[in-house]
Every structure is written in C-alpha cells, then in structure tokens.
Design a protein around this ligand. Structure first.
Ligand code: PLP
Length: 676
C-alpha cells in the first residue's frame, strides 16, 4: 500500500470574488487524498500502478486474464497468467479506425471460454484423483446463460476433450442444440417445463444418437414422456429433479429449499420411480438432478446441499434404481468484486475448493451408504462464460448537477442578505465548523428558493446563490475527508458532488443485472492507467430512463458509490471497459428505448501473441429496431412521403425538396442506434 500525502486545503478564493473555475478542482476530493500534479513526477511509477491496482482491484477480479501494462492500458490474456496478451486499448483503436466500428462494442474472447472450461474440468479432475473418486466429471453448458452460437460452438469444439455437453431449458434452445455436433459420450440435458413438442424434439435427438436426458420437473411431464416414448418406440434417458431442503445463499437462495419453483418432492420422486417401473422404463432412469441457485456465495451451503443430494442418490440406488449420474446444477459463482467474501457479487471459495467439497462430500456419503460413486454432472454456466466478453463504452458528455460556471461570482453589500450570508459561510468554513456550516448552507439554499418563488430575488441572484451553495458543499466535503469520523451525510454529499458522465451505451441492453438485481461488474478505463485518476464519478447511459445509471462499483471492502476516473475533457477519447459481462447479460438485455445490439468483434490471440479479429457482427440498425417494434420500414417511408406530399400541395415544399427529404429519411434507417 502506498501512503498518500494529505494535502491541506489551500484556496485562493479568499478575496471577495471567487474564481469559479477553481470549483472543479475543489469538487474532486480525491485530490486531497492523493497526490498533487507536481508531486506525481517525484513518485515512483510502480507506486502509481500500485495505487491504480488498489483503486480498480484488477488483480482481485481478473483471475489472471486481465492486467495493466506499462503503457497504462488494460491487457487481456488468452489463459490464466498466459504470457501472451492483447493490448485492449490498441485493439479498440484498431476496431474503431481500421474496421470502422463504432462504440459501444462487445469484444468476445472465445479463448477465455475454453480457458474457463478447462479450469472447471481440471479442478474436478484433480479432486477426483485426490479423493480416489470412482465417477467421471461431465461438464454441461446451460444455454440459458449465453445461447449465442459463438459461445456454444466454442464449448463444443472442446467437447471430446472434456466430455462437455449442453443443457437446454426451452424448445428453442433444444432446437439449436439438436443440430450441434458433440462428443458421443457427452450429455444433452433437457431441463425446464416441457410440452409434447419439447419432448418430441428430444426424441428426435435420441434418434440422432445423442445421450439425451429428459429431466423431469413434474409428475405429469413424466407421464407425457412415457406415453410419447411408447408411441414412438424410442426412449430417452430420464433424470429426476429433486427439490432439496438445503438452500443456496446470495441472490438466488430461494431457488432451493422446500418452496422452490422447480423439482419433485420426496413423494413425487418415489411416484416417478413407480411409474417408470410400471412402464418398464426404469432402465432409462439414469440421472438425479438438483440446482440450489446461481452465484452461491457461501461454500457451506454447497456442502450441505451435496450431503443431502448424495443421500437421496444413495437411497434411490439402494431401492434398485440404476442412476449413474448425479447432476449438481450450477451455482459455482464468479468473484465480480474480487473480495473473496460471501457478499452477493463475490464468493468465499475458489473453483478448486468448490470441486473438492463436492467430490469429497459425495464420496463420503456414498461410501457410508455402500453405493457406487456416481458420475458428476455440473451445469456451471456463469463460471464458464462470465469472463469472455468485455463491453467497451466511452464518455460522451458530462451531466451538470450543480452550478459550475467559468464566470466569477462577486458579492457586494447590495446583494440580498441570503447571498452575502452564503458567501460568508463559504469563506469561513473550516475543519472545526464544516458540519455546522454545511447545515446552515442547506437552510440558506431553501431560503434562496423560497425568496425566488415569492418574486423577491432575480434569476441572477438565484444563480449566484446556487454557485455559492455548491462551493460551500465542496469545501465541506473537502474538510470531511480530513476528518477521522465524518458524519454519513458527507458520504452522500460525495455522491451528489461526483461527476456524472454520459456514456454511450444502454444499461438495459448491455449490463441489465446492474439495474435489475444490483449486481456489480468491474468497470475500468482501459487506458491512462499510468496516471492517477482525480475525479469521482457516476455513470449514466443514453436511455431516457433515470434507472439507466451505474452508481455502485466494486470495492474490496464495500460497495463504492462513485468510481475514480481521470479528468475528462469534451472531445477526448476516454474508453471504459465493463468486465465479466459474458454470463446472462447478453441474453437478458432488452431493447429499451429501441437501443439495439452493439457492434461485436471476436478476437483470438495466436501462439506468437498476435491478435486476430476472427469475426465482426454489425450491431442493430435503426431499421432493425423499428421492425422489432413492428413497424414496416417501407410503410414508414410511404407514410412520411404522403405527409410531405400534402405539404407540397399546400405550397410549403417543392417536389424536389420532397424527393430529397424522403431520401434522407430512408437513409436514416441504416444508421446505428447509439450516439455516433
Ligand atoms: C440457471 C441454471 C444453471 C446455471 O447456473 P449458473 O449459476 O449460471 O452456473 C444451471 N442449471 C439450471 C437448472 C439452471 O436453471
């Protein structure tokens, strides 16, 4: 940790006229905690880097895939601690200038999918070896987490190596999955609620030689499966999804437990076994499944669930069921904030610990019950996909919350009393009185607005008063930063005074969980990381929705309400990366405000460390989005033309102008939906 020299507040606004241009420096209280510009040059470069690491925590959440190079750019490695890397800033520059893409941008690194699959597989292999477990590990990718073709195909490329299979939770997912080639010993699992069509599609896959397992959620579902199997003369493998008493932890704790949406109760399980026996299909019963929720934050919960599930498995075995696979579902979490805690956006275990506990507990129970060890199926989607996409956006503008003016505010005796008093507060605030003066300033601001509403003061007076008020706030905040025990209200003030940057993206399209469930994603500028960030900021997106903002950021100990950013000037390129967005975000994102898909680039790093852009996918055009909302583009053009025609007839336009306007309107449909 580096120590940060504290800078004593020294202001040159002591004379009557305050130079408001100074406000912007004063408003960034980080500058009081960190180094002044003049001091930076005397500080070792690696101390800057260390400071940056601390601020953004890259080492904590990167899992060895992301780092910062000596240029102060984020780099991406194709594997954990792989020596090869791509400079993300240079890559983005290349995509924007040579490939003519526009921001926002999804950059997909398929190598990180494979890397995560191998990490998962290796963790289970080594646990299996260590505990002399007799079963094998069968990783299965749940398509729900990211059904994009690029993702599914990448996993299946490695199918024979790791026996990776697919899990489908809907007819559409299954439809896509059925046509994929996968290793002959890998599994295809059908979860979710199923109708006849779903089951018939699954039977098609059985005919294609796949190891299709229909996992029964409901008793009635099993009856349909039995009926269709008998009718078609083909039977799939059957799995039973058990409702466990054990629950997960974190956001999805209620996915487990007695009141869970999915799964069969104990008596339903027994009825299923009976039904299968009666239908002489008990030989097809191969798998027992449970899923106690996503992003399980606490490893203790995993152990409890494994104990319970392993007992259920053992008892079913002892009853003569030939179940060979125990499918433990997903839940393996991602440490988004890097804190390694039970916090919602974190996990208090490593993948190896998770695998060890799973294997050890299941083995112990099976040995105790004297039943064979099952093969272990995992459905870890979040873990396998979160790392592989980086979302890139840029700052486009600044949103003003408070008066900040280049002009000088001068106050004299002729000014209304409320203004001269605010000026006094502003000038004489110090470390001892700052809380009291801040409260006084709040009262004065109310008074200012009351007087304005009564028509007692002018618009100029109001502006002057507001500038003085915010200046007082900034100074109060500055003083509070030097206070060992500042009141909580100053934490709030810090958030209010933070810069608000307008970023070119839609939160609802590209990081919906940030809005929906307050999930944290690491957000870091991908360049200028050899420079100390001096601003505090929150981010707002380009949707017309006031929920379209990010004001919670990863922090090792807490959640930060503001993000440290470098001073940004209008017209400057400043790129932010939102990391670990590969799980759920792409598919759950919506077209709110008709913002469409961002442009996308797929990038692979070769053995020589050179990167290759292997695929570009154009983002949505305006025409796509109006069509999404069920407008016909040709009809829109026609209807617009008709209205112009009326203007021609009334003499407001010429026929030539009409042609031109129609052409312009028509061409507009080809534009992207984000800011250009
Ligand atoms: C959502 C889901 C998963 C994926 O869970 P992750 O926590 O993302 O690994 C696995 N299995 C089932 C049944 C699911 O519903």
């Amino acid at each position: 940790m580096i120590t940060i020299p504290s800078q004593n507040a020294s202001r040159d606004g002591d004379s009557v006229g305050i130079v408001i241009a100074r406000v912007s420096r004063i408003l960034h209280p980080l500058s009081t905690r960190i180094l002044r510009q003049s001091e930076i040059t005397t500080v070792m470069q690696d101390e800057t880097l260390q400071f940056i690491q601390q601020v953004y925590g890259v080492e904590n959440w990167s899992t060895g895939y992301f780092d910062i190079n000596s240029k102060g750019h984020i780099i991406v490695r194709p594997g954990k601690d792989d020596p090869r890397y791509v400079d993300l800033k240079e890559l983005v520059d290349h995509l924007l200038t040579e490939r003519k893409l526009q921001l926002p941008l999804v950059i997909r690194f398929p190598q990180l999918l494979t890397a995560q699959l191998r990490r998962l597989s290796n963790a289970y292999q080594s646990a299996i070896k260590e505990y002399e477990f007799q079963g094998l590990h069968y990783p299965v990718f749940p398509m729900k987490v990211n059904p994009r073709r690029e993702v599914v195909e990448e996993f299946l490329r490695d199918s024979s190596r790791c026996r990776v299979g697919l899990e489908c939770g809907s007819k559409a997912e299954l439809y896509a999955a059925v046509a994929q080639e996968q290793a002959s010993d890998s599994l295809m699992l059908c979860n979710g609620f199923k109708d006849e069509a779903f089951i018939e599609t699954a039977l098609l896959a059985v005919r294609a030689g796949k190891r299709v397992t229909i996992i029964v959620e409901k008793l009635n579902e099993l009856k349909t499966v039995i009926r269709l199997a008998q009718k078609n003369g083909v039977a799939p493998w059957i799995g039973l999804r058990a409702k466990l008493y054990s629950r997960g932890s974190g956001k999805w704790a209620s996915s487990g437990g007695e009141a869970a949406k999915f799964g069969l109760t104990t008596s339903e399980l027994l009825q299923c076994v009976r039904l299968l026996k009666e239908a002489k299909l008990d030989g097809q019963l191969k798998l027992l499944h449970f899923h106690i929720g996503s992003q399980i934050t606490d490893i203790k919960r995993v152990k409890n669930a494994m104990k319970e599930a392993a007992r259920v498995y053992s008892k079913l075995r002892q009853m003569g069921c030939g179940i060979e696979f125990l499918d433990i579902g997903g839940g393996l979490g991602v440490d988004y904030d890097g804190s390694q805690t039970r916090f919602e956006s974190s996990v208090n275990y490593t993948v190896q610990e998770f695998a060890n506990d799973v294997v050890y507990v299941i083995k112990a129970v099976c040995d105790d019950e004297n039943v064979p060890h099952p093969h272990l199926v995992t459905e870890s989607g979040r873990f396998m996909t979160a790392y592989h996409t980086v979302f890139i956006t840029s700052i486009r503008d600044e949103i003003e919350t408070f008066a900040e003016d280049e002009a000088e505010v001068t106050v004299d005796e002729d000014d209304p009393q409320v203004i001269t008093e605010l000026k006094d507060l502003c000038d004489s605030i110090n470390g001892k009185n700052y809380a009291e003066y801040y409260h006084d300033a709040l009262e004065h601001k109310d008074e200012l607005h009351t007087q304005f509403n009564l028509g007692l003061i002018s618009l100029e007076d109001r502006a002057k008063g507001e500038v003085l008020f915010w200046e007082t706030c900034a100074r109060a905040l500055d003083e509070s930063e030097d206070d060992a025990f500042p009141d909580e209200e100053f934490q709030n003030l810090k958030k209010i005074l933070a810069q608000k940057y307008l970023c070119n993206f839609s939160l609802f399209r590209s990081a919906p969980d940030s809005w929906a469930i307050h999930q944290l994603f690491p957000i870091v500028p991908i360049h200028r990381l050899n420079e100390i960030p001096r601003d505090y900021a929150t981010l707002v997106d380009v949707t017309c929705d006031s929920d379209g903002k990010i004001d919670r950021f990863v922090d090792l100990k807490d959640v930060k309400e503001t993000l440290e950013l470098h001073n940004w000037k209008d017209g400057e390129d400043y790129y932010l990366g939102i990391f670990l967005t590969g799980a759920y975000q792409e598919v759950m994102g919506s077209h709110h405000n008709l913002f469409g898909n961002p442009n996308e680039a797929q990038v692979v790093i070769d053995n020589d460390g050179r990167y290759h852009v292997t695929k570009l996918v154009a983002g949505s055009r305006i025409s796509d989005m109006v069509q999404f909302a069920r407008y016909e583009k040709s009809q829109l053009v026609e209807s617009f033309r008709k209205q112009l025609q009326a203007r021609v007839e009334s003499g407001h336009l010429t026929q030539d102008e009409l042609q031109q306007l129609v052409a312009t309107y028509e061409a507009g449909a080809a534009r992207g939906t984000y800011l250009e």
